[in-house]
Write a protein that binds this ligand. Structure first.
Ligand code: ZN
Length: 248
């Protein structure tokens, strides 16, 4: 087996600090539960970063230079993420780093920046059931997952989800209240791969679920860089002599 994939799990980490009920589910933050799921797989090295970790939200140049895949969970403080850090993450994705955006991260600055749309959706919080359909079973992110699986209690995210047409729709969710949602979608920007996965509302133990953990492990493997290369805009000499040139 080759070198481990280096994943940085970024979490806003505010709900777990402020809300006792959420802290009871994720005593050390959602990021550590997500990280535990990755570590069970044996393919990853996991680093944690959060909004208030340091002046750069734990995403200094050196951290990102040592990150193959960045996972992003945010909700109440998207606006507090500094634009210079968003610029930095965007450049890393364009140059090959993988980005996995989770749940309410649909409204994060980095996701909206990468996609260029509002990324809005419908939502409802009545603890309803969710059934996730694996509609591309041959996709690497769907490896080992059943045709459908359920979360007993979830927040509803419904269409229309204002995203550009995804490269692939791997999962579609049905909610008890009747809505549907493209809950697992892929994009490519520059050399980087992006996966958005909808499940992960903070008041339910979703990141302990076996199937959800399988999806995140698969996604982190899929999103790992194939190449890492800076993107310039060079003026170049022709490869052959150009005979049709006009004399000046
Ligand atoms: Zn939520």
């Amino acid at each position: 087996m080759g070198a481990k994939i280096r994943v940085t799990v970024w979490n806003e980490f505010r709900h777990e600090v402020k809300n006792e009920k959420i802290r009871a589910i994720y005593p050390n933050g959602m990021h550590t539960a997500i990280g535990e799921g990755l570590l069970e797989d044996g393919s990853f090295e996991v680093n944690y970063a959060w909004l208030d970790k340091d002046a750069e939200h734990g995403l200094g140049e050196e951290v990102l230079a040592n990150t193959d895949v960045l996972m992003w969970w945010g909700h109440t403080a998207h606006g507090e993420v500094k634009d210079e850090i968003v610029d930095r993450v965007q450049k890393c994705v364009q140059e090959g780093m993988g980005l996995i955006v989770l749940h309410s991260g649909h409204f994060s600055k980095i996701f909206r920046r990468m996609l260029g749309t509002t990324c809005s959706l419908k939502w409802r919080e009545v603890n309803e059931k969710e059934r996730i359909w694996t509609i591309e079973p041959a996709h690497p992110i769907a490896a080992g997952l059943p045709e459908h699986f359920e979360l007993p209690h979830t927040e509803m995210y419904g269409e229309r989800f204002d995203i550009p047409a995804p490269k692939e729709v791997v999962f579609i969710t049905w909610y008890e209240g009747g809505e549907v949602f493209r809950s697992g979608v892929t994009f490519e920007r520059g050399y980087g791969r992006i996966f958005y996965f909808a499940p992960g509302h903070e008041t339910f133990p979703i990141y302990y679920d076996r199937n959800i953990r399988r999806v995140l492990c698969n996604a982190a493997k899929w999103a790992a860089p194939r190449i890492v290369r800076s993107i310039g805009c060079p003026c170049v000499q022709p490869l052959e002599e150009i005979k049709s040139k006009l004399e000046e």
